[in-house]
Design a protein around this ligand. Structure first.
Ligand code: SF4
Length: 291
């Protein structure tokens, strides 16, 4: 069971997308920022925000010196804004405890705020060329299809060992990892795999005639009407106002369900993304004091 490294990496060298965080001169910190942003947000939405972000805050210490509110504003509509707060905490830790340099090894990366198993490996691999398995949903799907002959496979504790066994035993491992991910993102996609242009000549799923998935169908996550959308609307109000706002100004942002609006606001306060001023108005975190 294997994936031909030459087939995959030759294809990648020719067809990879020109993503700004892959360009020469991008630092480990800037790669880490891209990984935070890309966790649950598509490339097209991340790209402009990432470019503005690193122009404004190119280093951990520059990010750490910014207020949480500023960081939440710059995060814009990337969604899941807790990531922005965790990224700020991560910057503070790297600036204070690691000499403003992103650690290179997975174990130390895992001690940083907001850095989980995937992000730690992605940064070690893409920023420091470490030979470590990097497994996201795209990689898992390509391996399930090409290597195991299955339509897809759920996340499993065996994923890392599985992908580790596929890595070439050489300096080519980081490019192989990037190429595997790119193939899943652009060619071997979940709904429409484009086998006609795929570089992998020995894909077991294709050879087997595309057997149907065996597990339960994956639920499509809806956004409209969710607490997440309500939180986003409330944050939008705060982001677009330079000064704290009243409860009435927040209320008009979500009129359809008052209980849901209260729940969303409470959760933003609990998450530390929003704070209340002494006179009862609301502001982004760090911006409610002295007003
Ligand atoms: S041949 Fe098709 S199913 Fe197999 S890895 Fe390539 S795109 Fe995916």
């Amino acid at each position: 069971m294997s994936i031909d490294s030459d087939e995959l990496t030759s294809w990648y060298r020719e067809f990879q997308r020109d993503l700004p965080w892959r360009r020469p001169g991008v630092t480990a910190w800037q790669i880490l920022v891209s990984e935070f942003m890309l966790q649950q947000t598509p490339v097209a939405r991340v790209e402009p925000i990432w470019l503005d972000w690193i122009a404004r805050w190119p280093t951990p210490s520059a990010t750490a010196a910014a207020g949480v509110g500023e960081v939440l504003r710059a995060w814009g509509k990337l969604g899941y804004p807790r990531r922005a707060k965790r990224l700020h905490e991560c910057a503070v830790t790297i600036a204070a405890e690691h000499g403003d340099v992103v650690p290179a090894d997975v174990e130390t990366l895992l001690t940083l705020p907001g850095v989980g198993a995937y992000t730690a490996r992605a940064v070690a691999c893409f920023a420091y060329a470490a030979r470590v398995p990097v497994v996201d949903t795209n990689v898992r799907r390509v391996v399930a299809r090409a290597v195991h002959g299955r339509a897809d496979s759920p996340a499993s504790v065996r994923d890392l060992a599985d992908v580790s066994a596929l890595l070439p035993d050489s300096d080519a491992a980081p490019v192989f990892s990037a190429a595997l991910m790119e193939l899943g993102a652009t060619v071997c996609t979940a709904r429409n795999p484009r086998c006609g242009i795929c570089p992998l000549s020995a894909c077991l799923w294709r050879t087997a005639g595309y057997p149907a998935p065996t597990g339960p169908a994956r639920k499509v996550q809806r956004y409209a009407g969710t607490d997440r959308q309500a939180r986003g609307r409330l944050l939008d109000v705060l982001r677009t106002n330079s000064f704290p706002v009243t409860r009435a100004q927040l209320d008009v942002a979500w009129l359809s369900d008052t209980a849901q609006r209260d729940r969303a606001l409470d959760s933003l306060l609990v998450d530390g993304l929003v704070e209340q001023t002494p006179d009862g108005r609301f502001a982004l975190a760090g911006e409610g004091e002295n007003t």
